[in-house]
Design a protein around this ligand. Structure first.
Ligand code: ADP
Ligand code: ZN
Length: 713
């Protein structure tokens, strides 16, 4: 069975192999057992229920809470050549009825439904007449009150299943790892003695950075500018902050939008769509944004403020790099964030028990920010994973970027100024004294008579405010909570002042590009956007960035080579393959690039116990009198593959001793045309031939003509 599964993975998704965690989950489902799989965001949950859905006789119902994204989810599966549909409140009765009849005709294998449907007796009645093999519950933590997205209608799932004439296999998926939630899922969805799979939570392609930059906005602005062509999410903790950042970045001419609960439903929906469809590059949002966003090409997530706990933080940064490409996560910490988070806990939570719990979680977050060891290890340990390495080599503590500089003297100047000012003031006031401002308020307090007045005039105002904030972030001085937070000294300040503690800071790291895309990648990206617009789907549904990257460095020029690129399955090959090959071909010629193509190792399928080679099977079928198209259909592969099988067979010096029915692939006139073009440009490469032919000629036609007239002749 797992062989069949692998075949489907390669055919539909174009991936070479399952990820380790996927394999055991799928095996368990295929063996007919209920399954609970817990995988991190981006871990590849959907394939775990979609592949079994393809292999089971009956249909699979996927319960998904994200009505607004259901159409997108279904579109993305359809792009793979899989029959899928959805039913939710946005459909008219007629549309729902159509779906049902397509379900009965089995042209839909996977049906997405909103949980609310399960409450409708009419819907349940209709489902009873269908052959249902699997119920897959996505975002299964929604059934639990402990989870962060509790949905009452999830409680109907078990009732719905019970009412079915035959109990299907029930599978559940979530990224929420806590014990309580896990137990709730098993109990409330009534999983039957399920296999439980918890995969490692590490996301190796995410670079985790925690920065204590005094001038956060300056850093942010530089970063977004430097990476202006990349997709990114900027999280801030309040609506006001979101609006503020949005306005400022917009003024700089950057491609930004925003998302928070204060906007109208309509505006939120539009902004989200602009982001998902790559119409804008950056979205600035509160934590209301992101659930169910499966945009795979988010290259960075910046937290402008420290989030409320590690769970939220990890979920939010998990939205970066779902496609497996290198992506960056940057937390810009300021001590003010702690005050904000405490305020939010105080005002938003009633129960004192939950309050205590939230404070505990907040403390773990604060500890994270001040942690000196490997940040990745800290997070994974937090989730109960034991990690063998000491250093991951891919977080800001493991990679020591930026020179260390001794700032003790400047720190002493700041501290002694605060000490002399006697009363508590804010950061701005302290900076003004140190820079010898002649403001009324300063003169009133006679701060111009202090020995520290004007001793840091060599700093600009912004730089000095930044420096003081950096000292606070590193806890050399402290913030006192209040309506206007003020700066106070702590025991560390005293030690610095006495010279017992040195203040060594990392120089501000120059903002770098996340990755530099090559020219061809950019061209392919433009093509992808055009095709996506025609198809009315987000660009990453056409191909992921990873797939384009691989194309732009390996230069596939034939369909067979293109199929060797991870993420190119047969349906997409057929629909878009030639367009991509065209661009790559042109680029290769323009740049005079030498290519020696080497096929990647695919995990081998076992066919007939491996005694007969796969191309020989095709030839044998040909000898049985089957046509190329029939063989392709039966073997679930492309016409091209079968032609390649025949060519390979002949290449081995063997003779075919059967005739091939070429008339299903081209007629005489087409043959003549192709041959006349081949005379001009040669038969080595297909793209130049295709270019010279009128519209409507496929690569398969050209290939078949060449097979008949050159290979067989
Ligand atoms: P999740 O739902 O767990 O957050 P997805 O199902 O959206 O994750 O998968 C995340 C990304 O990984 C998608 O872009 C998906 O196409 C890709 N992916 C999943 N399985 C594989 C695989 N076996 N090989 C390569 N890429 C994969
Ligand atoms: Zn590390």
């Amino acid at each position: 069975m797992i062989n069949e599964a692998l075949k489907a993975l390669q055919k539909y998704y174009g991936y070479k192999d399952f990820r380790k965690s996927q394999k055991s989950v799928i095996e368990n489902i295929l063996s007919g057992k209920d399954t609970l799989a817990i995988m991190p965001t981006g871990g590849g949950k959907s394939i775990c229920y979609q592949i079994p859905a393809l292999l089971f006789d009956g249909i699979t119902i996927v319960v998904s809470p994200l009505i607004s994204l259901m159409k997108d989810q279904v579109d993305s599966i359809k792009e793979l050549g899989i029959g899928a549909g959805y039913i939710n409140s946005s459909l008219t009765p007629k549309e729902s009825f159509d779906i049902i009849s397509r379900l009965q005709g089995q042209s839909i294998k996977i049906l997405y439904v909103a949980p609310e449907r399960l409450e409708s007796t009419e819907f349940c009645q209709m489902m009873k007449n269908l052959d249902i093999s699997q119920i897959a519950v996505d975002e299964a933590h929604c059934v639990s009150q402990w989870g962060h997205d509790f949905r009452t209608s999830y409680r109907y799932i078990s009732k719905f299943i019970k009412a079915l004439p035959k109990r299907p296999i029930v599978t559940a998926f979530t990224a929420t790892a806590t014990e309580e939630v896990r137990e709730d899922i098993v109990k409330l969805i009534q999983l039957n003695n399920p296999g439980v799979f918890i995969s490692g939570f590490d996301r190796e392609n995410l670079k985790i950075n925690c920065l204590k930059e005094g001038d956060r906005f300056g850093y942010l602005l530089n970063y977004v500018k430097e990476n202006r062509e990349q997709s990114g999410i900027i999280y801030a903790s309040t609506r006001k902050e979101v609006d503020n950042i949005y306005e400022k970045l917009k003024k700089e001419g950057l491609s930004v939008s925003r998302y928070h609960a204060g906007l109208s439903d309509e505006e939120r929906k539009n902004n989200q769509e602009d982001f998902v469809y790559d119409r804008i590059n950056v979205i600035i949002a509160t934590n209301a944004f992101g659930m169910g966003i499966d945009k795979s090409n988010v290259r960075y997530v910046i937290h402008f403020n420290m989030p409320r706990n590690i769970e939220a933080y990890y979920q939010e940064i998990g939205r970066a790099g779902r496609d497996g490409e290198i992506s960056e996560c940057i937390l810009l910490f300021s001590a003010q964030d702690i005050i904000t988070q405490k305020y939010l806990i105080e005002t938003s939570i009633q129960s004192s028990e939950r309050k205590i719990n939230e404070y505990k979680k907040l403390q773990f977050m604060i500890d994270f920010v001040h942690y000196n060891g490997c940040l990745r290890k800290y997070i994974l340990n937090y989730f109960g994973e034991s990690i063998e390495y000491e250093e991951c080599g891919n977080c800001s503590n493991c990679i020591n970027e930026g020179q260390l500089v001794d700032k003790t003297i400047d720190a002493q100047k700041v501290i002694s100024c605060i000490y002399r000012m006697k009363k508590d003031f804010g950061v701005n006031m302290i900076a003004d004294v140190l820079r010898a401002s002649k403001q009324q308020k300063i003169l009133q307090h006679k701060f111009n008579e202090l020995s520290t007045y004007g001793i840091m005039k060599d700093y600009s105002k912004d730089d000095l405010v930044g420096f003081i904030n950096t000292l606070i972030a590193h806890a050399y001085i402290a913030l006192k909570e209040g309506e206007f937070p003020t700066v106070i000294l702590n025991s560390m300040s005293t030690r610095v002042l006495k010279g017992e503690e040195k203040v060594i800071l990392k120089e501000i790291i120059k903002v770098k590009k996340i990755s530099s895309n090559n020219e061809l990648f950019e061209e392919l990206r433009i093509l992808r956007r055009e095709i996506a617009a025609e198809e009315g789907v987000p660009p990453y549904y056409i191909f992921a960035d990873t797939t384009l990257k691989e194309m732009s460095t390996r230069y596939p020029l034939t369909e067979e080579q293109l199929l060797d690129i991870s993420g190119v399955g047969e349906s997409k090959l057929e629909k878009f393959g030639s367009k991509f090959i065209e661009i790559i071909e042109k680029y290769v010629i323009d740049k005079n690039i030498e290519i020696s193509w080497i096929f990647k190792k695919k995990t081998k399928l076992q066919i007939d116990g491996e005694k007969v080679k796969t191309h020989e099977i095709s030839v044998n079928m040909l000898r049985e009198g089957k046509s190329i198209k029939e063989i392709a259909k039966e073997r679930e592969c492309t016409v091209q593959t079968i032609i390649n099988h025949i060519a390979k067979f002949l290449d081995e010096g063997k003779s075919l001793d059967t005739t091939i029915k070429f008339d299903e692939l081209f007629d005489e006139e087409q043959e003549k045309l192709v041959l006349s073009v081949v005379e001009q440009v040669g038969a080595e490469r297909l793209a130049p031939i295709k270019e010279k032919l009128p519209e409507g000629f496929t690569y398969d036609t050209i290939r078949a003509v060449i097979l008949k007239n050159y290979v067989l002749a």
